[in-house]
Design a protein around this ligand. Structure first.
Ligand code: RM4
Ligand code: MN
Ligand code: MN
Length: 430
């Protein structure tokens, strides 16, 4: 067993850390709890809510201009899983991992599954990759994959997706996320309708292969790498594919994949209404698909999205923790990726907690009376509540750490990882 695994088990370090801070925590938690009639049910929901970590975001991220290694990047899928296990042992909220194939092909599925289980992790959606050419690949995806004019290219991309499903099955995943870079860069390049039809037919072939209990997430993106049209460019197009495919197909919303100022919360609300929202990729952005830390740019938007999620899921009697796929899709090139992920998880939990604080009945009443001021007040009262003691309480209730980043630094985890793995390692991924 590697040192890093041993470190995760050292419960006394967590207890020692929490002990030192427990008086402060208790005071702020109790202050908040006295005004909340349903505090136990909120805590339970927060405890149950797990967010999957993307296997492609555990190393130092790069941009197309360069990469600045932080050192200690995971060199294998096993090491990535150890990193997620470490995160989970600190925050008790990242009990899942989402794999990108072929960046992270499980060579020995049962050993990988056992390692994950040992760390309390399950496998969320597996992701296919037909946006890059692999060295051993026969046909190029330069002009698209599932949309390609050449049937043999489409077949290669379909076969890849089927491979991905098989890998996912061997690990206990129950969903595949298909994100396509397909589209066009110049007017005239593509017959939009034919590109849509070809893509739909290709997706139908993959869909036929889905195991009974699986879902297919169709992820949209407004632009990049294609800059004139994307064949799955927005939620309308994704919804069209998902509806035509059948009941196991859903739309996946990635927060960074919209045109500027899009009302994402409204999109979420309507997709939920139609039973077609499948999953989420969390990140934050200022301009485009910036993949920044969740909550770092626009935490109010994140809260408004969570409010729609909570209200819409309650309306349909859905289970918050299990009925949608919750995943992070962020990576950047400045911070320690593990610290960054801890910040993202915390931001997600805070927004979720605040959304749970909204008095839905009062809000509905204000809406019915067209009391706009009161409606806004009700939402903002929840948003302006410091929900951190609630999130922290939920975390320590299940054995997590009061201040995960502080303990991570105290234990010198990054230094330890550099010693074990080396300074110049590169993780597969973005
Ligand atoms: C895309 C999209 C996909 C992710 C790739 C790496 O922009 O967000 O979800 O798999 O990047
Ligand atoms: Mn994404
Ligand atoms: Mn993206």
């Amino acid at each position: 067993m590697s040192n890093i695994l041993q470190m995760q088990i050292e419960k006394y370090k967590i207890e020692e850390h929490n002990q030192k801070r427990s008086a402060d925590q208790q005071r702020s938690f109790e202050y908040l709890a006295t005004s909340l009639p349903n505090v136990n049910s909120i805590l339970q929901k927060l405890q149950d809510f797990q967010i999957a970590i993307p296997s492609w975001a555990l190393g130092s991220g790069g941009t197309r201009f360069g990469r600045f290694s932080i050192g200690g990047d995971p060199r294998s899928l096993e090491e990535k899983i150890e990193d997620v296990g470490l995160l989970h042992s600190l925050n008790r909220s990242s009990g899942a991992i989402s794999l990108h194939i072929p960046w992270d092909i499980p060579k020995n599925a049962s050993a990988i599954k056992a390692l994950a289980a040992q760390l309390g992790l399950r496998f969320d959606a597996v992701n296919s990759n037909t946006f890059q050419d692999q060295p051993d690949q026969q046909h190029s995806y330069k002009f698209g994959s599932l949309q390609h004019t050449d049937k043999s290219v489409r077949k290669q991309a379909i076969d890849h997706n089927i491979e991905v499903i098989k890998h996912g099955e061997s690990l206990g995943s129950e969903a595949i996320t298909v994100w396509l870079a397909d589209g066009s860069c110049f007017p005239g390049q593509l017959n939009f309708r034919k590109a849509f039809q070809r893509t739909l037919e290709s997706l139908q072939e993959i869909y036929q292969f889905l195991p009974e209990n699986w879902k297919m997430f169709v992820e949209y993106k407004a632009y990049e790498p294609n800059f004139y049209s994307m064949t799955v460019g927005d939620w309308g197009q994704s919804y069209l594919y998902a509806s035509k495919l059948g009941k196991k197909a859903y739309t996946l919303v990635d927060l960074g994949h919209h045109l500027p100022n899009a009302n994402i919360e409204q999109i979420v609300s309507l997709l939920l209404m139609e039973g077609k929202l499948g999953g989420f990729h969390f990140n934050d952005s200022k301009y485009g698909d910036d993949d920044l830390t969740v909550g770092s740019i626009n935490p109010y938007q994140l809260f408004l999205i969570f409010y729609e999620l909570v209200e819409g899921m309650d309306e349909r009697g859905m289970n918050h923790a299990n009925d949608l796929g919750w995943m992070i899709d962020a990576s950047h090139n400045l911070k320690d990726p593990l610290e960054d992920l801890m910040q993202s998880i915390e931001a997600i939990k805070i927004a979720y907690a605040q959304a749970l604080l909204v008095d839905q009945e009062k809000l509905e009443d204000a809406r019915n009376k067209n009391d706009v001021t009161r409606a806004q007040e009700i939402l903002q009262e929840a948003y302006r509540t410091d929900a951190r003691p609630l999130v922290a309480q939920a975390r320590i209730n299940v054995g997590g750490v009061l201040e995960p980043i502080a303990l991570y630094r105290e234990l010198k985890v990054r230094e330890h990882l550099i010693k074990e793995r080396g300074q110049k390692t590169v993780a597969t991924g973005l």
